[in-house]
Write a protein that binds this ligand. Sequence first.
Ligand code: C5P
Length: 232
Amino acid sequence: MGKDVIVACDFAGKKEVFDFLDKFTDVKPFVKIGMELFYAEGPEIVREIKARGHKIFLDLKLHDIPNTVKKAMSVLSRLDVDMTNLHAGGTVAMMEAAIEGLTKEDGTRPILIAVTQLTSTSQERMEADLLIEKPLDEVVMHYASNAKAAGLDGVVCSPLEAGKVHERCGSGFVTVTPGVRFADGDIGDQVRVTTPAKAKEIGSDYIVVGRPITAAADPVAAYKRCVSEFCD
Ligand code: C5P
């Protein structure tokens, strides 16, 4: 699996995202389109960014009954993105249905990864709100195993968990890891962070980087710094 830096384009609308992407002239970063931008602009924003030559991770985190997810994935499949995702909490049956929906007639499909437990969910909230009374890291690894059993390609996880996920699910099981910050940068609201170089050392396959690039004085230089620390 080729390592890459995915830029989280967490912008409110089309103008903001294109003002940002226009700064990149000699490189075309892999970009993540999340719910905010997708719900604001609709599927057309995906087609437009793709037409500019970017690879796309469509981060919509589907979670519904298997039949609904299958049909939704089949619609998303027409957008021809490179990566998309769902919640492993929807069960193995839902994940299998998602793969069926996502797979095109020629047998190809985007990389499909699962969100395990959101990093915003604490041990306390998981026990009190979800009645899951197991250690959080055990739950994360169990959900990763379920994703693998369903035939998914990998999971979103903390870079600090990437090594463990590879041990449990194999080195070919993709780890996509947010929570990346430069050693000399602001942490912001992220709690468990690591640098691009450290993420590489632990074995992340893709790092997702938002504000350290989007809010930098020179976003292109910040992107290139991530690439050289993580990929080279
Ligand atoms: O700006 P920052 O680098 O913190 O952006 C990280 C991106 O990764 C955001 O789009 C955020 O929603 C996403 N993400 C995350 N933690 C997760 C899952 C997704 O930060 N566990």
